[in-house]
Design a protein around this ligand. Structure first.
Ligand SMILES: [Zn+2]
Ligand SMILES: [Zn+2]
Length: 79
């Protein structure tokens, strides 16, 4: 399952052309006023669309953290 998070978020869903990740938790999505049912492989709180947005935001901020770390560290060893 390690390929689930490679590339863009929900890569398998993007490949499939739909959110095959849905795993309904019985709750509504917490992104009010989103009417969609929540629950994906990654958590019970967001609907698939919002979960993808969330994960894309997280990986974008990881990228910027990594970039600034690389700028700040001239002596660090890679990995
Ligand atoms: Zn999905
Ligand atoms: Zn939603």
């Amino acid at each position: 399952m390690s390929d689930l998070n490679t590339g863009t978020a929900h890569a398998k869903c993007m490949t499939a052309g739909e959110h095959i990740c849905q795993d309904p938790s019985g709750r509504p999505c917490i992104e009010w006023p989103c009417p969609n049912p929540a629950g994906t492989w990654w958590g019970p709180l967001w609907c698939p669309e919002h979960d993808k947005e969330r994960l894309d935001r997280i990986s974008a901020s990881f990228d910027s953290i990594r970039a600034s770390f690389r700028r700040a560290s001239t002596t660090g060893s890679e990995q």
